[in-house]
Design a protein around this ligand. Sequence first.
Ligand SMILES: Cc1ncc(COP(=O)(O)O)c(C=O)c1O
Length: 393
Amino acid sequence: MSEPGAKDRTIAAHAGNHPHEHQGVVNPPVYRASTVLFPTVQELRERYGRKYEAITYGRDGTQTHRALAEAFTTLEGSERALVLPSGVAAVATALLGSLNPGDHLLMVDTAYEPTREICEGFLRRIGVETTYYDPMLGAGVATLIRPNTKAIYMESPGSLTFEIQDIPAIVAAAKQAGCRTILDNTWATPLFFKPPRFGIDLAVYSASKYIGGHSDLMMGILTFPAALHKTLGKLAHGYLGHASSADDAYAALRGLRTLHARLTQHQATGLALARWLAVQPEVEQVLHPALPGTPGHEFWQRDFSGASGLFGFVLKPVAMERVDAMLNGMKLFGMGYSWGGYESLMIRADLKSSRTAKPWHAVGRTLRISAGLEDPDDLIADLAAGLARLHGN
Ligand SMILES: Cc1ncc(COP(=O)(O)O)c(C=O)c1O
């Protein structure tokens, strides 16, 4: 339930809820199912004719998954969504649904590393060739398009180094050449960037991050125009067999209800930490899309309506043992390969193997912070003690 013209916060709070279809219960209940029964042969035939839209079998999702998809597409302004068991499942479905043997893919050099692994390990094996491009290439991406280029994949900001891409320029080049565009929009979420407004065909999300928000959920969401629903639904659920638990879809939808409040705080805390770090003598550079100096900051200002709490920073050169001492002693920042939860994280980023089009040249160590929901002053005190450990204190 959300009225036409409603603002994002209102949509996030209400879309996909139909309490009076569930005896007044506010949240759409958890419908767990493998078997779905049909009252008559006629209804069975009719519902199977609308498979992937209609509910016909548990693997394709139940009313709980549909409620999440409805809320998400309403918020994003897209037409359809698939709820998948992980963000990687959404990435793989988007790529496999857009490419055939003999096709060529343009992949941003700053893609999330497992996305690169799909290109190198799997797409290559089935005869899809990948060219990696500089995230700052913008309209220049047109020079890399070949007659068999079928898709251009973007991730903005870039994983670990946070470059913001000139998405309108890339989409224009893709449209000119008849290529499909895919965007990993996990960092911004539909609250801070809306792919359909920019003419992007497919948007990929790891809902394990900000959508879930509590570090206890694995889920992916893939959004796209209605015309692709049957083929992508068949690929994801019919061929790849992706199924996700209704309990997880419920948790993702509950996360969506508080996304705006959480992201507002993640943004404020992330900026407070980034600004503090930027003036510390131990820090060479802060990589935060909302701060001037980060490549593509001007595109962030133009295209995004906010920044989430994930950003990077580069230390001035210091022995690795000192960086380890800093990380080992953190009291509030955990070390873990995820982000977007209520708890703060900090991790070292190894960029040697994950850049080929534009090697990463920072002289010092690069780290990544996921700003959680703790008090920013407590987080800064923890960071200050951490920087002191760089000097052996
Ligand atoms: C930008 C980005 N996309 C996709 C994924 C994959 O999501 P999942 O871990 O839910 O498979 C991640 C996970 O870290 C990510 O950071």
